[in-house]
Design a protein around this ligand. Structure first.
Ligand code: X8Z
Ligand code: ZN
Length: 603
């Protein structure tokens, strides 16, 4: 390692074997000095490389072209190589007595690399270049439809949300999936290189490495996810059955047989991952809340900046400091007309300090209003932990990072919308089933998708799914967990997982599964602190300083302690608990069972 001036522990051990090394007090003191020196030099080097990588990647994703892709790949390569070296050096301290804090830092250094490369610089260069290239392919992806119109992903997302024309939806659905065909050989190569990297760090494969990042053995983590899913499955199954009947009414039994799987293009979303956009097709009679958030935002003249300002105002109402000026100057809120950008919403901390930004091609819809809150959850988290050492500048587990903004968005209730002037009347309780239905289409429908993406990836990394079966295995899992199927036969070269941002983007996905359960726990805990007396789905923590203080207390801990401790600060418990989401949706679940008249799930 270039600028780290410690003696590798392997050498210390060898010298001790020769000399006896019986002066333990002195040795422990020396080791401690060594470890502190090691940690500090790593912190310095890591910060330097992370800033360079963030800058190169920001520019690349805001101005995608061959040059920026190549520069971003270089910066990524340097960071990955350094992270792998840090992890290997950290392993040298495995059998040395260090304090708890130092042990946690060393463990984080060894575990939290998303894409480990082999040590060979040729291979690490290849890995960084493949991964940056796939990101750019995704960001530049478009589809030219039958009329010759070039459609961006945003254009297509709008059609998927709004069109009720079966054939048009099929066309758009398959059109977007053409962008991922060239990714398949790249992805296959990437799996093999990253697996080699994981192996050199002592993990069986990359999936095991990803699963080892949750303050529990990797095996236990997979079991914990399955366990949570089994609790939520009965609610999901009843929602799926109800939706299937409604789609059958709309499109006919030939297109949507009630004993079949749901064709993936009918659910209002490009990936069939959240279904809120087909609320109009499934809205419960007599219990519709009577307003449409998208329409209300437009009616009140909300533009992109006003939408972000309104979300910021929620956070400041509960006691967080406003976002810095640089956030407003440097963020990207609208899709530029003149260049390719990666539009998928993301939140960035450029320097681990105050330079925080979001990048999002905002559409003026209720859906994007919620996503803005999601992104600001990341931003306020990043700010809250900025005084932690660099190793702890992260969430307690990755699900929690994803859950914070969503937790706040659960407080976008009719009462809150009236308070800020977006709606005029609060619908009475007889309309709650409609509100819960809309929320369930977004949140409950997502849960099996949140689980299956990494089920697929873990099996790909372990070799259980071979490249020739990548696509078939993807659809097998879609069927098994979601009861969703491809609307048309997929070609031999199709690589449908690649058409989902997080596959070329290499973002682990279990985090969203966790977040969709955790956010209901956090919401319940914060509503208790805020003194809520209404049903949990009617609670908004808007303006509750007490709730904000408790939330901030957890956020400030960053990753300094096992996630169970952070959890305890907010929820009083060290365990994930699906009862919060089940309680939230209990009235809807009871209602669904009556509607389904005992019809069970058929997929
Ligand atoms: O990717 C995201 C966020 C950025 S972290 C917009 N989400 C997942 C997705 O879009 O697939 C939020 C929900 C799930
Ligand atoms: Zn996120």
């Amino acid at each position: 390692m270039n600028n780290i001036s410690i003696m590798p522990l392997s050498i210390i051990t060898a010298i001790c074997l020769m000399t006896g090394c019986n002066n333990t007090t002195n040795d422990n003191h020396k080791e401690n000095k060594n470890i502190e020196g090691f940690i500090q030099s790593v912190a310095q080097e890591k910060r330097r490389l992370m800033i360079l990588e963030a800058q190169a990647s920001w520019i690349n994703q805001n101005f995608i072209n061959d040059d920026t892709t190549s520069l971003a790949a270089l910066a990524k390569q340097k960071l990955i190589e350094a992270n792998v070296r840090f992890a290997m050096d950290a392993a040298n301290y495995d059998h040395i007595t260090v304090n708890d804090d130092q042990r946690r830092t060393l463990n984080l250094l060894k575990q939290s690399i998303v894409l480990p490369s082999p040590l060979d610089p040729k291979k690490s260069k290849k890995l960084a270049s493949i991964s940056t290239k796939m990101n750019s392919i995704y960001g530049q992806g478009t589809y030219i439809d039958k009329l010759g119109t070039e459609l961006s992903l945003g254009d297509m997302a709008k059609i998927m949300a709004e069109s009720r024309d079966y054939d048009e939806l099929v066309d758009i659905w398959q059109g977007w999936r053409q962008i991922s065909v060239p990714m398949k050989p790249l992805y296959t190569q990437q799996v093999s290189l990253a697996n080699e990297g994981a192996l050199s760090l002592g993990y069986q494969d990359l999936g095991v490495m990803w699963r080892s990042n949750y303050d529990m053995p990797a095996q236990q983590f997979s079991a914990a996810l399955d366990n949570q899913w089994l609790k939520i499955k009965p609610l999901y199954d009843d929602l799926n059955t109800y939706v299937k009947h409604k789609l059958s009414d709309k499109y006919g039994k030939d297109k949507m047989p009630i004993d079949g799987t749901i064709p993936a293009h009918l659910l209002g979303n490009m990936w069939a991952q959240s279904w809120g956009n087909i609320y109009d097709l499934v809205a419960p009679k007599n219990s519709d809340p009577g307003y449409n958030l998208t329409a209300q935002l437009n009616k009140h003249g909300y533009d992109e900046v006003k939408m972000v300002k309104t979300a910021e105002n929620f956070f400041t109402s509960i006691g967080f400091d406003p976002l810095p000026d640089s956030f407003w100057q440097k963020s990207l809120f609208t899709k530029p007309a003149d260049r390719d950008v990666v539009c998928h919403a993301s939140a960035w901390s450029m320097d681990g300090q105050d330079d925080i930004r979001i990048k999002m091609c905002i559409e003026k819809t209720g859906e994007d209003f919620a996503t803005i809150h999601h992104e600001l959850g990341h931003s306020f988290y990043q700010r809250a932990y900025k005084d932690q050492p660099i190793f702890y500048q992260n969430s307690a587990n990755d699900g929690i990072h994803e859950a914070i903004g969503d937790t706040i968005a659960l407080s976008i209730t009719p009462k809150y919308l009236k308070e800020i002037g977006i709606i005029d009347h609060i619908p009475d309780e007889s309309k709650d089933i409609g509100l819960l239905m809309k929320m369930a289409l977004d949140k409950v429908a997502f849960i099996p998708f949140g689980l299956l993406v990494d089920q697929w990836r873990w099996q790909v990394f372990s070799g259980e799914i071979k490249p020739e079966n990548y696509n078939k295995a993807w659809w097998d899992l879609r069927k098994k967990y979601q009861g969703v199927s491809a609307p048309v036969t997929r070609g031999d070269n199709a690589f449908d997982p690649g058409a989902k941002y997080h596959i070329p983007g290499n973002t682990p996905y279990s985090r969203y599964f966790l977040a969709h359960i955790q956010q209901f726990e956090f919401h319940r805990a914060l509503c208790d602190i805020a003194g809520n007396t209404e049903s949990i789905h009617r609670c908004s923590i808007y303006s509750s300083k007490a709730a904000g203080r408790k939330l901030e207390q957890m956020l400030q801990m960053g990753a300094s302690q096992p996630w169970q401790q952070a959890y305890k600060v907010l929820t009083g418990s060290e365990k994930m608990d699906a009862s919060a989401i089940l309680d939230y949706f209990e009235p809807l679940h009871d209602w669904l069972k009556v509607q389904n008249k005992g019809d069970v799930c058929h997929f």
